[in-house]
Every structure is written in structure tokens, then in C-alpha cells.
Design a binder for this molecule. Structure first.
Ligand SMILES: CC(C)(COP(=O)(O)OP(=O)(O)OC[C@H]1O[C@@H](n2cnc3c(N)ncnc32)[C@H](O)[C@@H]1OP(=O)(O)O)[C@@H](O)C(=O)NCCC(=O)NCCS
Length: 211
């Protein structure tokens, strides 16, 4: 029997998560949850917004929920506010992602691994980590809860990424670098050195953005 699921976030990433789930026949998407869109609004043909946080917190039976939200801090804030004990966060892995040594790759609750990703071995993904299209992750690497990694990023071996970091599209992270909690790596950056918590780096080689 198919398992029912709601996607939290009716924007572009939410629709991408919906399209990922088309490749996983065990799931049946029931609809979207979104706080900024009126209930009943059609997101994609046949699927509407059911309601917002209140709707989800009042959901009367067990339900699987996937977050279609890219911003790590928004994900973290939302999960804190979802208090319904019926809510479960499944791990979603596209069949076109390659997890080479599956037993040596830990995926926390709510992780999403999209098409084209390749993960090698001895990797830990925290809860609600998003690996967007075509991300590679090398050996002995750990990504903190809520971190989002955008398309085409290459993460070398022995990299540590803190909680709620955002790695922009096409960035390359040198082996053994540490990316601090809440930091942002700009699109296309080449990260050669550790990035302290809470800052934005960009460029080749990556440097703190001066504003
Ligand atoms: C790094 C980033 C977060 C900065 O965003 P921001 O704070 O809004 O910065 P701004 O766009 O105002 O740019 C500030 C300066 O940084 C430069 N800059 C911005 N992003 C840059 C990048 N990725 N690489 C190099 N320089 C960059 C801008 O040219 C600008 O320089 P200037 O002041 O000399 O004109 C953003 O540009 C970025 O790369 N985000 C990731 C986007 C992404 O991966 N999306 C994926 C969607 S699936």
C-alpha cells in the first residue's frame, strides 16, 4: 500500500520535491502545507494547499512530512513549531542518487537526496539535510542538521559542515575544511580554508563578502 505524505512548502522547491517523489512509487502525495498560501489553492494539477502549521499540528493521525524549504534557518524554525507527535519525517532518496557504501552513510530524519548525487563512504547527514541535484560528497564527511547543499556542489573528503549552513550552487569544498554553523558559501566558490560560523564567503578562492 502506498504511504501518504504531505510536502511543507508550496514554492519551487516544494514542487521539485513533488517531482522527485514521482520516481518513488511507494509514496502518495496528499497535498502541500504552506503558511503563505490560501488553503485550497492548486499548486500542481490535482494537488492543493491543505492548510498551514495549524492544519498540520491538528492532523489526527500519523502522517509523513517532507520539507520543501531550502533556507536552513527557516527549516529549523519550522521543525521547532511542528509539535504534532503524529508527524514523521522520512528519508527521501531519488533512485538516481548513488550511495556507494549505503551501510556507512547515515541519513538523519527528513534528509532529501535528489537525482544525480553521489556519496561515497563514511558520511553522516544530520536531520533535514538537503542535497540538491548532482552533489558529490566524499569520505569521512559530516553535515549538520538543516544544512542545504545546492546543485552541483562538490564536497571533498573529511569535510565538516555545521548546523544550518547553506552551500550555494557549484561550490567546491577542499578536503578537510570546516564550515561553521549558519554560514553561507556563495555560488561557485572554491573554499580552501575553514569558514567561521555565521558568515558568508564567496569567490575563488572564497573570502568573506565585504558589504
Ligand atoms: C553569496 C550570496 C549569498 C550573496 O548574496 P547577497 O548577500 O544578496 O549579496 P549581493 O548579491 O548583494 O552581492 C554582494 C556582493 O558580492 C558579490 N557576490 C555575490 N555573490 C557572489 C558569488 N557567488 N561569488 C562572487 N561574488 C559574489 C556581488 O557581485 C556583490 O559585489 P559588489 O558589491 O562588488 O557588487 C549569493 O549571491 C549566492 O551566491 N547565493 C547562493 C545562490 C544559490 O546557490 N542558489 C541555488 C538555488 S537552487
Amino acid at each position: 500500500m502506498k504511504k501518504r505524505l504531505l510536502i511543507y512548502g508550496a514554492g519551487g522547491l516544494g514542487r521539485e520535491v513533488m517531482s522527485l517523489l514521482l520516481a518513488l512509487p511507494e509514496w502518495s502525495v496528499e497535498g502541500f502545507v504552506d503558511d503563505g498560501v490560501a488553503p485550497g489553492q492548486v499548486v500542481v494539477p490535482g494537488l492543493v494547499v491543505k492548510g498551514g502549521l495549524e492544519f498540520l499540528n491538528a492532523y489526527p493521525e500519523p502522517i509523513d512530512v517532507v520539507l520543501g524549504i531550502g533556507d536552513p534557518r527557516s527549516k529549523a524554525a519550522l521543525v521547532r513549531r511542528i509539535v504534532n507527535q503524529h508527524v514523521r519525517y522520512p528519508v527521501i532518496i531519488h533512485p538516481a542518487a548513488i550511495l556507494q557504501n549505503r551501510p556507512a552513510i547515515q541519513c538523519g530524519a527528513g534528509c532529501i537526496i535528489t537525482a544525480g548525487c553521489i556519496l561515497t563512504t563514511d558520511i553522516i547527514l544530520g536531520d533535514h539535510v538537503l542535497l540538491n541535484l548532482n552533489v558529490t560528497v566524499g569520505h569521512d564527511t559530516a553535515l549538520g542538521h538543516y544544512t542545504s547543499v545546492m546543485p552541483g556542489v562538490n564536497i571533498s573528503g573529511r569535510v565538516t559542515i555545521g548546523t544550518s549552513a547553506y552551500i550555494g550552487s557549484g561550490a567546491n569544498l577542499r578536503n578537510s575544511v570546516v564550515i561553521g554553523e549558519g554560514s553561507v558559501v556563495g555560488m561557485g566558490a572554491v573554499v580552501l580554508r575553514d569558514v567561521p560560523a555565521g558568515i558568508t564567503v564567496a569567490g575563488v578562492p572564497a573570502k568573506p563578502l565585504v558589504r
